[in-house]
Design a protein around this ligand. Structure first.
Ligand SMILES: Nc1nc2c(ncn2[C@@H]2O[C@H](COP(=O)(O)OP(=O)(O)OP(=O)(O)O)[C@@H](O)[C@H]2O)c(=O)[nH]1
Ligand SMILES: [K+]
Ligand SMILES: [Mg+2]
Length: 368
């Protein structure tokens, strides 16, 4: 009998079993057996030779949010609740075996939410399908770290650790350091005016670079970085992603406990089952994604306020062009912006590098 058939048998048995005090232990055992078999299904296939790089899911909408968490914290329940997609949820671990995309409509914006298999400690080292899951997290604009409010708060640290292990930096800005490799001249470290380095010194910077066999390089340090942050800069391939910590199942904890969790930074508490705080969660997703709406208008016409473009905070006119059409940048001549980013109330003529502000109106002019 294959694993899937075995699982099916156990599931059937679970469905047949009356749940009460007398069967509690037996049901618990069934659940553990199912979880163990499903974990086996999650093992990467040996012969495929793939290093487990992500799941093949097309991006959709204006942004992507990945749901990362241990098994059975309620990721699938949440997906079914806030998007147009139903994802199977159940009381045993490893119910979800692949990436399931859904779309959350938020005030005219489409946000892709990715339900993912639960990960376990050691995911980053390739335990279970963990490596694949954390790879998908790298493609997300926001990582939603989902936890069971009734379980220990250690979950948070363990999950952060797994994500850090694959080079994701949560709620951190890229350190303000510029490295410029050269062909000669040794290592030259320059600091921004008035900056004192308290956590790293020039000698350390040089020795780290030499450790990575970089012997000729200009280093411009613009903030008081730590050793780890400097190593991140040298390694380069770090992904700096906003994270929202979501505690589910608050229906099962006390008010005091709930209050404590809700007060942590970047945190939100919900109950999918009891429908608690779901609208607030959507607001927070939008806020953490830091998306802005702007509007385009044709010359001599009124802007179409029903059809906003959604761009990242700090987006440039170039990004706006990309949103409108892939080939627009090549034909771009100049733009006129109206609104907060414009110096003049009658509109300002700007180039591709100009940064737009929320609710700006933009007219794009192309070479004919
Ligand atoms: N008490 C309570 N139970 C919940 C809540 N949300 C989900 N559950 C239950 O938690 C269990 C697990 O839910 P799932 O949605 O399958 O969890 P998951 O994180 O997708 O699990 P995997 O796919 O196995 O990683 C189910 O029995 C749900 O009914 C909640 O807000 N409160
Ligand atoms: K589950
Ligand atoms: Mg699931």
């Amino acid at each position: 009998m294959g694993i899937t058939e075995k699982i099916k048998e156990l599931e059937d048995e679970m469905a047949r079993t009356q749940k009460n005090k007398a069967t509690e232990y037996h049901v618990g055992q069934l659940r553990a057996k199912i979880a163990k078999l499903r974990a086996q299904l999650l093992e990467p296939e040996k012969k495929s030779g793939a290093k487990g790089e992500g799941f093949d899911v097309m991006k959709a909408g204006e942004a992507r949010v990945a749901l990362i968490g241990f098994p059975s914290v309620g990721k699938s329940t949440l997906l079914s609740k806030i998007t147009d997609t139903a994802s199977v949820s159940a009381e045993y671990a490893f119910t979800t075996l692949t990436a399931i995309p859904g779309v959350l409509e938020y005030e005219g914006t489409r946000i892709q939410i990715l339900d993912l298999p639960g990960i376990i400690e050691g995911a980053a080292q390739g335990k279970g399908r963990g490596r694949q899951v954390v790879s998908v997290a790298k493609t997300a604009d926001l990582i939603m770290i989902m936890m069971d409010a009734t379980k220990s708060t250690q979950q948070r640290q363990l999950l952060e650790h797994e994500l850090e292990a694959v080079g994701i930096r949560l709620n951190k800005r890229k350190p303000d350091v510029v490295l410029k490799r050269k062909n000669g001249g040794g290592i030259v470290v320059t600091k921004a005016m008035g900056l004192t380095l308290t956590k790293i010194d020039e000698k350390m910077i040089k020795s780290i670079l030499q450790g990575y066999k970089i012997h000729n390089c200009d280093v411009m340090v613009r903030e008081d970085i730590t050793v780890d942050e400097f190593i991140d800069v040298v390694l380069g391939s770090r992904k700096y992603t906003p994270a929202l910590y979501c505690y589910n199942k608050i229906d099962s904890i006390s008010m005091e406990e709930m209050d404590k969790l809700a007060r942590q930074p970047h945190s939100v508490v919900i109950s999918c089952e009891q429908d608690l705080n779901m609208e607030h969660l959507k607001d927070r997703i939008w806020e953490e994604l830091a998306l802005n709406r702007i509007y385009t208008k044709k010359r001599g016409e009124k802007p179409d306020l029903n059809d906003p473009l959604v761009v990242r905070e700090g987006a440039t006119i170039e990004a706006v062009c990309h949103q409108v059409h892939r080939s627009l940048v090549e034909k771009f001549k100049y733009a006129v912006v109206y609104g907060k980013s414009s110096k003049f109330s009658g509109g300002q003529k700007v180039g591709l590098n100009h940064k737009v502000a929320p609710d700006d109106v933009v007219t794009l002019f192309t070479k004919s």
